[in-house]
Design a protein around this ligand. Structure first.
Ligand SMILES: Cc1cc2nc3c(=O)[nH]c(=O)nc-3n(C[C@H](O)[C@H](O)[C@H](O)COP(=O)(O)OP(=O)(O)OC[C@H]3O[C@@H](n4cnc5c(N)ncnc54)[C@H](O)[C@@H]3O)c2cc1C
Length: 545
């Protein structure tokens, strides 16, 4: 006796046929399946094309950059775009509702690749958690939603370092377009009494008050801007940029599909080889493939495809397709070091966010650039290793000089790569982290906070006073702030992986667009700059840069 199919299946098959025949719209298809516009079920190909070679562009990775790139290509051209994502739909309550963010990176979360770094020499040999979103929207669907554009001088610095076309004036149109769509604001962060007290106490220490650190000046203290709507809904990259194109017949989305190799013929990238539940298939792009797989996975995928340092590839028996020695180098990240005090009174009930206040201070490497950022965390939403009724300040040295690597563990695409950010690898970074840590301690000890936090410091604690003791505390109470960048950096020197048009050196038809291409980490959090990279990539591809 033949088994009966689940009752919903024939309906779904029929609807897919109708969609492919153009008899119903994409939005209609989703509605009939009882899904919202952002809900594209795993392993579903929404194909607009008669055959796979009908895609003009294939984008690998629907994260911060991949989504803004897809939107730019669809909006400004008549191109047919295939967006491939290893993870599934982001139509989940814990993603939509920002106050549930803390659940997204719990150990074993299916929304997180759950990487760990190799043991970090300067952090008591502890491996660091390296979360990366594995879902539509990528890391923007699991992140803290802090919206920081970065300093104008960051981008001018990129241009000066061999990346013409990436100075602030050139990237500004992309940031403007993103902000219009996302509408970042500090409405949620500015309305509770404790956050207000922290701002006032920090001003009392001599920090400038700054109502908009994404405006003319970045330096000073102000309420954190979030890409969260007033009702608490997350504005991740897929929701904000791809979902509005749900009806567009030129967009195809493939989820639950992991690209395991770029298919290269001669010196031309022609397609992608992907794995879907153990089934391999190759899809071809008429014009270009753009890898938007983020800082860790982009170099991993290139190396698995034979694009990288020949010595590293040969070590794992991978034939060299293109010798690009910079692939996987220049990994760097913001290290966040924690100072905490327990609260004297429970947090105000109005409080829904984890990070309400941001302080940018100190003199960075270029005029007007901050050297440090302090993020104020309410621990109810934060790290398990600190008391829940506490305020913690996370200190970041914004311009680390340590550089690490992403390398292959093996030639098997399922094996996680070896991630080594080499935190505090330079004497300069150690000195700067110490300088900033002392300043963060001062903020939390400010007279204006006496009514809110206990007199006795919880972390690192009252017994810690000498530089040596503070250095030891930094080694213990620091971790990645998930701002990794740079593993396929753009530039024009021998170790650059892409040119300023984001084309991979030595190959045709292949570009990269994600945090991986950033030559150096901007002065702040990295989501907005990653989205900018995607949007700018679209403009460059279409010759409108
Ligand atoms: C927990 C966490 C909190 C953070 N908090 C903040 C914050 O508050 N503010 C801020 O500005 N920044 C924050 N960040 C950093 C910011 O989110 C990232 O810098 C940014 O999202 C990176 O964008 P991306 O496009 O480079 O990569 P991602 O957004 O990570 O996108 C890469 C996508 O590619 C997919 N992919 C990878 N490999 C493949 C493959 N082989 N085949 C198919 N798909 C693939 C992935 O599943 C993913 O969806 C945080 C990051 C994390 C992880």
């Amino acid at each position: 006796m033949s088994q009966k199919k689940p009752s919903t299946q024939p309906d779904k098959d029929r609807l897919i046929q109708q969609l492919q025949a153009g008899r119903i719209s994409r939005r209609g298809f989703l509605t009939l399946l009882g899904l919202s516009a952002t809900a594209v079920g795993t392993q579903t190909l929404f194909s607009c094309a008669g055959s796979s070679s009908d895609y003009d562009y294939i984008i690998v990775g629907a994260g911060s950059a991949g989504c803004t790139l897809a939107a730019r290509l669809l909006t400004d051209s008549d191109a047919r775009v295939l967006l491939i994502e290893a993870g599934g739909s982001n139509d989940r309550e814990e993603i939509r509702d920002f106050s549930q963010s803390w659940k997204l990176t719990l150990p074993g979360s299916e929304l997180d690749w759950g990487y760990k770094s190799v043991p970090q020499r300067e952090l008591l040999n502890t491996p660091q958690s390296y979360s990366c979103g594995k879902v539509a929207g990528g890391s923007s669907s699991i992140n803290g939603m802090v919206w920081v554009r970065g300093n104008k001088a960051d981008f001018d610095g990129w241009a000066a370092a061999g990346c013409p076309g990436w100075d602030f004036n050139s990237v500004q149109p992309s940031f403007q377009a993103l902000s219009q769509a996302i509408q970042p604001s500090s409405v949620l962060t500015s309305r509770n009494a404790m956050s207000q007290a922290i701002v006032e106490a920090t001003v009392g220490l001599g920090h400038a008050r700054n109502a908009d650190y994404n405006g003319e000046q970045q330096l000073g203290v102000g309420y954190t801007q979030l890409n969260v709507l007033e009702d608490g809904r997350r504005q991740d990259a897929f929701t904000a940029f791809v979902a509005p194109h749900a009806d567009n017949p030129r967009l195809s989305i493939l989820m639950g599909a992991r690209v395991k190799r770029i298919a290269v013929s001669g010196k031309k990238a022609e397609g992608v080889v992907l794995d879907q539940d153990g089934v391999e298939q190759t899809l071809k792009a008429g014009r270009e493939i753009i890898v938007c797989a983020g800082t860790i996975q982009t170099p991993h995928l290139l190396m698995l495809s034979g694009i990288g340092d020949p010595a590293e590839l040969e070590l794992h028996g991978i034939p060299v397709v293109a010798a690009v020695p910079g692939v996987g180098r220049n990994l760097h990240d913001h290290l966040i070091s924690v100072v905490a005090r327990k609260l004297r009174q429970p947090e105000p009930a109005s409080h829904v966010t984890a990070m309400d206040v941001s302080v940018f201070f100190g003199a960075g490497p270029r005029p007007g650039m901050p050297k440090f950022e302090v993020q104020v965390y309410y621990m109810r939403y934060g790290w398990a290793s600190y008391p829940s009724e506490a305020v913690a300040l996370g200190l970041i040295n914004l311009h680390p000089t340590s550089r690490g690597t992403v390398k292959l563990r093996s030639a098997d695409f399922q094996d996680a790569p070896l991630i080594d950010p080499d935190f505090l690898g330079t004497a300069e970074d150690k000195a700067h982290q110490l300088e900033g840590y002392k300043a963060a301690r001062e903020i939390l000890a400010a007279p204006g906070l006496r009514n809110w936090v206990e007199d006795v410091e919880h972390t690192p604690g009252p017994d810690v006073s000498t530089d040596e003791q503070l250095q030891a505390a930094i080694r213990k109470y620091s971790e990645s702030d998930f701002h990794s960048v740079g593993t396929c950096r753009m530039g024009q020197d021998d170790l650059a992986v892409v040119d300023p048009q984001l084309r991979v050196k030595g190959l045709q038809g292949l570009r990269l667009a994600s945090a991986a291409i950033m030559p150096s980490v901007p002065s702040g959090n990295t989501n907005a700059p990653s989205m900018m990279v995607g949007d700018r990539a679209g403009r460059l591809i279409l010759g409108r840069g």
